[in-house]
Design a binder for this molecule. Structure first.
Ligand SMILES: [Zn+2]
Ligand SMILES: [Zn+2]
Length: 159
């Protein structure tokens, strides 16, 4: 992926528009049952990126505290009008890292999963591509992330 990649996105009613100002750190395709319920689909596709690289171009978001599998909750940023979820922050990486919902990007096809996680609850009809790591549950970031992304994350979260 081109590190200079900048992508715009937004909600369905177009009240909220945002820009990811660079390529993401890493892209999760999550097959956990929580993501299935929250998306109403088979998985969630999230681009992880530093929060300061997600810039609002128009409108504002409502942040909704939502239960999460970890028990620590996630804060989901939604359009105040159409309520589409645009990104969230999880307790693990705090406010520094946003999980951008890839489907809200105008050119979502530019982004593909770097890893499949929680495949133990993957829908049985879905065949994952060979060549992309697939984990039964979560994974060790240091093993799978590019060094540049680890450095960027460390700079964002402070260690
Ligand atoms: Zn909207
Ligand atoms: Zn999930």
């Amino acid at each position: 992926m081109d590190p200079q990649l900048a992508l715009d996105g937004g909600c369905t009613c177009r009240a909220v528009r945002y820009r990811m100002t660079s390529a993401p750190l890493f892209v999760h395709c999550c097959h956990c049952t929580w993501c299935q319920r929250e998306s109403g689909s088979a998985f969630a596709l999230n681009a992880l990126i530093e929060s300061d690289r997600v810039v609002l171009l128009q409108g504002h978001v409502d942040v909704v505290d939502t239960p999460s599998n970890s028990g620590k909750g996630q804060r989901i940023a939604r359009c105040p009008h159409c309520r589409i979820a645009l990104w969230s922050n999880y307790a693990g990486s705090g406010d520094a890292i946003r999980f951008v919902r890839v489907g809200t990007l105008d050119e979502a096809t530019r982004i593909k999963p770097d890893i499949h996680i929680y495949t133990s609850t993957k829908q049985p009809w879905l065949t994952l591509p060979a060549g992309t790591p697939a984990m039964q549950a979560y994974y060790d970031r240091k093993t799978y992330w590019p060094a540049q992304s680890l450095a960027r994350r460390a700079a964002a979260v402070g260690g």
